[in-house]
Design a protein around this ligand. Sequence first.
Ligand code: SAM
Length: 515
Amino acid sequence: MSIKFSRKDLGLVITPNKTAEYLIHKLGSIKQNQSILDPCVGPGIFVKLLIKKGINKKQIHAFDISSEYEDDLKGLGVHFERKDTLLSITESEHNQYDFIIGNPPYLNKSSSYVRENKKELRKIYGKINSHETYAMFIVNSIWRLKEGGKLAFITSDSFLTLRTHQRLRKFILRHCVINEILLAPQDLFSNQNVSTSPVIIVLTKLSRKDQREKRLTNQIRVITRVKNEEEYKKPNKILTHLQKSYQILPFNIFYTDIEPQVITFFETAPKIVNYMKGYIGMHTHNNRKYIAAIEGTELAKIFHNRNSKIREPENQYRIISRDYLKEKAWRPYLKRGGAEQYYRPIMEALDWRENAKKVYDIPENVPFEREGLVISGVSSRLAARYMPKGCYWDSNKAIGCIVLDENISISYLLGLLNSSLYNYLAKGIINNTNSIQLSGIHALPFIMPDSETKSLVEKYVERIIEQLKNDGLYNYENEQRIIDNLIFNLHQTEFDFAESLKEKLEKKYSIYQKK
Ligand SMILES: C[S@@+](CC[C@H](N)C(=O)[O-])C[C@H]1O[C@@H](n2cnc3c(N)ncnc32)[C@H](O)[C@@H]1O
């Protein structure tokens, strides 16, 4: 058979020697009657090291889809099978190996391999809803492991936190105790032109229902990002997380650098959705046609410039007078993300005349036009702004939110959500990409403030908004420091947050980030 895919198409990346040795070391002692599999062996770095360590060749099994390594590996005397590990699995291949080790290929859904095998892969791995091969390799290998068997992989770290991998994380939590998560050097594969940040994960399969308690009470050894391979054995920082905490965190995030007190906060406080609810907005189906810039705004200036280069009147960008908003033929419209907080003048208007309205998809039960907050759906930080009465919003980058509890004010929520603590919860823990989803916002924990904290936060938020209304570039760092302290102290009293968390917030999550 000819080779259908190139090495690159098959995700060939070679594991550096010291990393391979560390993974082998993590498996612990291998007895003479035990079997070990590399399910994506490539040129055989793990196999060769195992042989060097004195493991009997007969104990070693290896698979690869490519025929390139067949002769070499068979020459080494190990059991080599040329096969597609992901597609070839049958029930009889479950529970076969005592150890599995490897560096699974990282191929995403746009790769030729995944596209060509989409249907079959979905049949087998559909339940974990993962499109990357490395995620399917984790599941496949857990199936192949015997009860009590151990797995050590070096792979992309994106499954630890990305929302799309929640089902994979749940699968792992249901079937294994996690022995170790070590964030490997960022540049481990950069000399092979691979930029994914890698993680070493070590698991033991304990999938029986009656072992649930064992899984939950397991202590995971967690090592935050090391700088080089030498640090594997003497890292600067070793944390231990109770496996149960991964069960508790929203979306079962496998967070590495989280404080136990923050986990308790997530575990015990009610969700913010009980106090404030966000809604996905509407579709115009043609924003260019139905959304206009409001005269006098920055956007209107941009549209003026663009229009000076467009001849045909029907192709020009629309700019409307502010008076049109009063006549209600146009409505203020929110469709922008971005990191701006507290207040931003509304620059866009939605055509609200009958002919236009007919075209829109407007979801039912969304309280458009009510006063509230708008949160950026795409932003480098959690950013909430005041939303005046009368607004509509888009389904994408702006999330309109309404306050549900009369004891809580819009101003207090603006202060809370724009604080460094909540930026950490939302962007440091729940979703460290540039997007913020509604479900992520709703999963934030919330405690009722005492009346003094509440009124002080409100006072400073209102001051910031007033200033920003006069001067869009107003620097509110001083007020923000006060708000950050108020919010931190409120939660510190309740959850015993350490001072080190405060430093972390100032350094990494505040608008005045200390170096
Ligand atoms: C990242 S490389 C690992 C190479 C080697 N184990 C190492 O760590 O140096 C991934 C290997 O997986 C193989 N591979 C890709 N898709 C596969 C599949 N579906 N079944 C089996 N092997 C596959 C590739 O041919 C490649 O050799």
